[in-house]
Design a protein around this ligand. Sequence first.
Ligand code: ADP
Ligand code: MG
Length: 455
Amino acid sequence: MNSKNFSNLPLSKEMLHNLNEIGYMEMTPVQAETLPFILEGRDVIAQAKTGSGKTAAFGIGLLHKLDVKKFRVQALVLCPTRELADQVAKELRTLARFTHNIKILTLCGGAAFGPQLGSLEHGAHIIVGTPGRILKHLSKKTLSLENLETLVLDEADRMLDMGFIEEIDQVLAFAPKEKQTLLFSATYTDEIMSISNKLQKDAVSVKTVSTEVANKITERFYEAGNKLEILVNIFSTFKPENVIVFTNTKLDAKEIAESLQKQNIDALAIHGDLEQYERNDVLVQFANKSCSVLVATDVAARGLDIKELAMVVNYDIPHGEETYTHRIGRTGRAGKEGLAMTLYSVYEIEKALEYKSANRLFEDFTSLKKEKGFEMRPLYVTLVIEGGKKDKVRAGDLLGALTGDAGLAGSSIGKIDIYERQSYVAIEAKLIEHAHKKLQNGKIKGKKFSVWILS
Ligand code: ADP
Ligand code: MG
């Protein structure tokens, strides 16, 4: 008997079949340690690093309990950011595929209130969202938690960092006392423990950090007079396929991305000032390899599940080891070796010294190559189609239109993302104009859609 097998859990045949379908062959450590308790209905507090499969741990748990016939909100997942809520909802939908009628709704700030009202009127089984917006709906009585069975706090540490504690408290005042509360966090702090004591009853505590294979990450530190120049030299020396550059401020994120673009390095910024649709455009382009460099603030990049990130750069010394660990944990995932680079100015030397340890290399920037005419151009460019799930557009339809009428080879088409009203397709850069013209003039599923190039 293998204790990592999902089939050892008391799950339905349909659920097990679906897990197999989506390629979850065995449980990740955090799933193996929490799911038996979650399925018993116990409160659980779990710490595990990013990318360890926490979403499915609570997702399988809450779906298992869900009574589809009872059309009431039975589970609520609170997340720190819109991006994270979208990712959680997406994973839940994948996990819920074994039955067709489970309705999952995201309620996040930054999105229009009106359409959310409309969706709520139609009802939902599961709500995923950010605390502020959920509270607004509760206060306006457009959302009821009377029938709540499961409450999940995802990335609880970050929600606290972002000052959501009051909103969380207020949200909870609307929920029944009797319920299962699951708390997930990448770090365990005193604050997290006190939240757990307050919200949970007799909680099972799980830490999986030690049982997981450590990522192979090479950590290098460079003192830099001109950080932008050193950054470009780092790129030209290591030629990473994809990079996230972390900055401590929104303004820096914007400015650095612009400066890189001027030097023919394809970069996009993501920070709190962008509109929802702009953020989505940026995230899609980075994830589908239409953009090699993402310049981000911590909050904006939180919870992004971008696999196999080649490099992470700290443009400034992060505010503390915890942030540092979180940031660099995005590279070298799934056993791939990652590079974590940290730049510091003369003014930051003291802070940098606090990071000294045996496995961190403090290097001289003169060891970096300076390559004339160095450029970073992505493999793909993204095509946007003004049609999505609402229009019944599926990946196969887009693939069909591009390989059929438009005559592209399947190998020139990258990732396809389909949202409610829009779809994104990564197309090999040199074929983008051709693909654009063909799709614009042709039809998808017998219908005409507006198509444009995202740049
Ligand atoms: P976390 O929330 O811990 O950062 P996620 O829940 O986002 O991590 O999961 C990271 C990735 O691992 C996702 O792409 C998810 O689909 C995948 N994943 C989760 N569980 C399994 C599993 N049992 N087998 C294979 N892949 C999994
Ligand atoms: Mg997560």
